[in-house]
Design a protein around this ligand. Structure first.
Ligand code: SF4
Length: 69
């Protein structure tokens, strides 16, 4: 799995970092970023964090899903 955050959409609500702090964090301006080295999505509550984002800025790219489309 690969994680991307659309910086043009993120409003810095911080829900991702609260929900899954081992994968998501916030930059100096409060916007969501992926913890370095966790871009592969290995961690807890990643899907829940994506769902918690109030503006759906987080996209999870699951190779298994992409293979089916
Ligand atoms: S939850 Fe969404 S809006 Fe909030 S910091 Fe994370 S990516 Fe940005």
């Amino acid at each position: 799995m690969r994680i991307s955050i659309d910086g043009n959409v993120c409003i810095g609500a911080g829900q991702c970092a609260l929900t899954s702090p081992d994968v998501f964090t916030q930059d100096d301006d409060g916007f969501g970023t992926v913890v370095p080295g966790r871009e592969d999505g290995a961690g807890t509550l990643v899907r829940e964090a994506a769902r918690a984002c109030p503006v759906q800025a987080i996209t999870l790219h699951d190779p298994a899903d992409e293979a089916r489309t």
